[in-house]
Ligand binder design. Sequence first.
Ligand SMILES: Cc1cc2nc3c(=O)[nH]c(=O)nc-3n(C[C@H](O)[C@H](O)[C@H](O)COP(=O)(O)OP(=O)(O)OC[C@H]3O[C@@H](n4cnc5c(N)ncnc54)[C@H](O)[C@@H]3O)c2cc1C
Length: 416
Amino acid sequence: MERFDTIVIGGGPAGLIAAGRAAELGQRVLLAEKNDSLGEKLLLAGKRRCNLTNALPDTEAFLSRYGEKGAAFLRPVFARFGPREALEFFNRQGVRTLVERGGRVFPDISPANAGAQRVLDTLLIYCRKGRVRILRRSPVRALKVRNGRVERLVTAAEELSADRYILASGGKSYPKTGSEGDGYRFAEQAGHTVVTPTPALVPVRTKETWVKLARGFDLRNVRLSAAVDGEKTDERFGEMEFTNFGVSGPIVMDLSPSIPDWMKRGTVSLILDLKPALSQEKLTARIGRDFEKYADREFSRALADLLPGALIPVILELSDIPPEKPADCVAPEERADLAFLLKNVTLTVNGLWSFDHAIVTKGGVSLDEVDSAALRSRRCENLFFAGEVLDINGPTGGFNLQACWSTGFVAGGAGS
Ligand SMILES: Cc1cc2nc3c(=O)[nH]c(=O)nc-3n(C[C@H](O)[C@H](O)[C@H](O)COP(=O)(O)OP(=O)(O)OC[C@H]3O[C@@H](n4cnc5c(N)ncnc54)[C@H](O)[C@@H]3O)c2cc1C
């Protein structure tokens, strides 16, 4: 049986950077990937543009995005290879980057949707330079563990062994990309606790069916507040969209990890402010001016300056003002009600979409049982972890891939 220094399980972003790093340090590395191709999920990242990290300059502020436990775990990892080092890594490999709204960092490439492929190619070249042996179509079936050490792993075709093993098989979200939660089973075989995985960064289903009137339309610069039994619990500002069955987009997804807990406490509503820059009074005055300008139009056609066309059917559906009423006949109290509606479009949450539509998994291998200095298992001395298989998740904005780069690079370098 051919022996390796390191075997990496999973050819996603975490596994590829881990394998490349171990090889760069002179190790003989094998990477086993169940799919025909590598980085299937990475290729979908950021609508194929790949939001590879975030430009937030303050490390503590960056870490806080992973929650208290995630931050404590990642602090020593970031000290070795953090967002700045990740960016330098990609820049050094020839990936130029640009920063967009919210500090989102993307490859600066044309066409923009080739960004994810560019990042994947960079990782493949990194692995190739280090002569990483890549086994495709090789699903790992089990780890054979004895006396607190992984002795070998079993693939569909053969048994393989190495001095150490890096588990980078991802979470359970978007299972069609290969991440079906296999790694949790392997971690349990090695004596680890797995915090129950749930879908996170996931679209929300709503009771209201009118959402489909504006499905696919991107709302920008809106405020979305969440309330439990009418009491406000959180809010976000940014982009979102309506879907056939509810709402999606960055600010919806960022609220989604808390929704299951809120639903246990009561009825959860999402309140959308379409005009957060204007107070209720200013918006009422603005509506008054528009309705004077379009005095000869019907109400339904007097909204053209105030709202994008795709949203007008929604507002007509929700407003009590008859669409055919002449704009100059809309009473002052009706204008005030309309301003209130534009700042308080209310949706009742029915639930979340499943893992099939989740950007990441919340839960995974318990951080208590992993030494974050080297990503080494505290249960099994030659087992290491990288990426989403761990109980780490962040919001949208490049934070999840950053966790993969950091844990992967440090786990890769740990065995030398
Ligand atoms: C649509 C979408 C868009 C996203 N966009 C962004 C974004 O722009 N920015 C961002 O930061 N994050 C984004 N994410 C999240 C990010 O892609 C993930 O956090 C990241 O891919 C996790 O990397 P990973 O290497 O840990 O796991 P994965 O990418 O899931 O890779 C795991 C690999 O392991 C393989 N594998 C699994 N089981 C086995 C087995 N038994 N044997 C062998 N191989 C196995 C899988 O086939 C897969 O190739 C997005 C996610 C989705 C779904």
